[in-house]
Write a protein that binds this ligand. Structure first.
Ligand SMILES: Cc1cc2nc3c(=O)[nH]c(=O)nc-3n(C[C@H](O)[C@H](O)[C@H](O)COP(=O)(O)OP(=O)(O)OC[C@H]3O[C@@H](n4cnc5c(N)ncnc54)[C@H](O)[C@@H]3O)c2cc1C
Length: 440
């Protein structure tokens, strides 16, 4: 059986952050990253807009501002971001404050989907140069934590410390692992919302502030704004019964590409359930399936002009003279989102949209499109044994899949925090480093 000092499942930012920390602190460690995808590395591929200010991306249950800023410093040192400039911030903040809305001033950078790919290549090449093995197209299937053994679709491996960081697509996987180890977790919080797409001239704030973070009352917020060469996309998810549903999302290419004149952003409402609902994720999945039913297996889209008049959108809603751009996710089904979305969530989101239209007049132009559903499943909240996100023995979790982050930089930071714990284990236990054994 092959042996490693540290195995990391998932080559997203959480996995990469951990791997860099480990190899830089102890170059003698034998480290393996398992990645089920044919390419590295998770969510860094999508848009790659990075936020370097607390609380963006940092769940309050796991992070306070001091701790987040401490780790963000390390993330900044590694990624060396070029922070984007902002303009007219005070004006937007003043207008927001009058409505009881917060516009947070965030240090951010944007590489774009193409720029993200280049960054991944650079980072993985650097890691391999430092001796870290990255096994692409290899999926972790099971864990026998009593024997420190991981089973993949290709082989059985032994570890001294293990980090599982499978991202949002790995929710079910990480829940199965928690069930198998008897780790207690709650899963009661989800974000549900819409993605708004409009012309940049109807949402000109994006020229002043790339990804403006508005916090509205009732836990509604803007999220993941894209402009330049911006597109709405759909992500495919499967239920445990193999039913498919989609969540919309957005991304943009770097400034090297010709702008398409569009901007998109999510309006999300955080919903936190209490008794008797057992699973927030199940609730979100059901909403996803409901939307599929109404959209004939596709996400729904509706023009603001139709929504205001209480009418569903039809194909012709996207052709007549009021409508001045084509949807970037044109495969969506024209329909009526108010039939598919729980009314309380829709009410709060629409109220926030009206506030936004007062702060940035124009965003509620009749041509603006609302896509539904946008679902954010970051609901797993395991009971951790220490501040390094250890769950059992020498098993650690990090990243979005474990609820320790909600974005690239926080995922990277959580990977470092877990790696600190892994490092303690590999230096405390009396067994010799695997690398020493294999090299001698
Ligand atoms: C379309 C889109 C756009 C986004 N844009 C932004 C953005 O602009 N800015 C931002 O901050 N955040 C953005 N995010 C969120 C961001 O991608 C995540 O917060 C971040 O990637 C989480 O990092 P992670 O390491 O936890 O997981 P991921 O990046 O998802 O990485 C997990 C990796 O684990 C692998 N994996 C899963 N299960 C297994 C297994 N069993 N065995 C082996 N490998 C496995 C997966 O293939 C994946 O590569 C976006 C997300 C999406 C989907």
């Amino acid at each position: 059986m092959e042996q490693y000092d540290c195995i990391i499942t998932g080559s997203g930012p959480a996995g990469l952050g951990a791997a860099f920390y480990l190899v830089e602190k102890n170059p003698g460690l034998k480290i393996l990253i398992l990645e089920r995808g044919k390419t590295s590395s998770g969510g860094l591929r999508n848009d790659c807009k990075m936020n370097f200010t607390y609380p963006i991306g940092f769940p309050a249950e796991n992070w306070d501002s001091k701790e987040a800023e401490y780790y963000l410093k390390m993330v900044i040192e590694k990624l060396k971001p070029e922070i984007l400039e902002k303009k007219n911030l005070e004006t937007y903040q003043r207008r927001s404050a009058r409505l009881g809305v917060d516009l947070i001033n965030i240090r951010q950078t944007h590489l774009g989907t193409d720029g993200g790919l280049l960054l991944i290549k650079k980072l993985t090449a650097e890691l391999e140069g430092l001796g870290v093995e990255i096994s692409l197209g290899e999926e972790m299937l099971e864990l026998d934590h009593s024997r420190n053994v991981v089973i993949t679709d290709k082989r059985t491996l032994k570890y001294r410390a293990l980090l599982i960081a499978p991202g949002r697509q790995g929710f079910k996987f990480i829940q199965n692992i928690m069930d198998s180890m008897g780790v207690v977790y709650v899963d009661h919080t989800v974000d549900i919302g819409i993605r708004v797409e409009t012309r940049v001239e109807h949402y000109p704030i994006v020229k002043d502030y790339y990804d403006p973070k508005f916090m509205f009352p009732e836990r509604v917020r803007t999220f993941c704004t894209n402009s330049g060469n911006a597109h709405v996309v759909q992500e495919r998810y499967k239920t445990v019964h193999d039913e498919v549903y989609y969540s919309v999302n957005g991304h943009a290419y770097s400034t090297k590409r010709q702008p398409n004149g569009l901007a998109n952003f999510a309006m999300l409402k955080t919903v936190r359930f209490t008794e008797p609902l057992a699973s927030g994720q199940q609730f979100a999945v059901n909403l996803g399936l409901q939307a599929m039913l109404m959209g004939g297996g596709r996400p729904l889209m509706q023009r603001v002009g139709d929504f205001r008049m209480g009418k569903r959108s039809k194909e012709k809603s996207f052709n007549d003279d009021l409508f001045d751009f084509s949807p970037s996710l044109s495969s969506s089904c024209p329909g009526d989102i108010s039939l598919a979305m729980p009314s309380k969530i829709l009410r709060y989101i629409w109220k926030s949209m009206k506030m936004l239209d007062t702060i940035v007049p124009g965003v509620l132009h009749p041509s603006t499109i609302m896509y539904y559903p946008e679902i954010k499943l970051y609901a797993n909240k395991p009971e951790f044994l220490d501040r390094h996100f250890r769950v059992r023995g020498s098993v650690f979790f990090a990243g979005d899949g474990a609820g320790t982050s909600r974005g690239i930089t926080a995922a990277w930071a959580s990977g470092i925090r877990a790696a600190e714990g892994m490092l303690k284990i590999t230096s405390n236990d009396k067994t010799t480093s695997v690398n020493t054994i294999t090299r001698s």
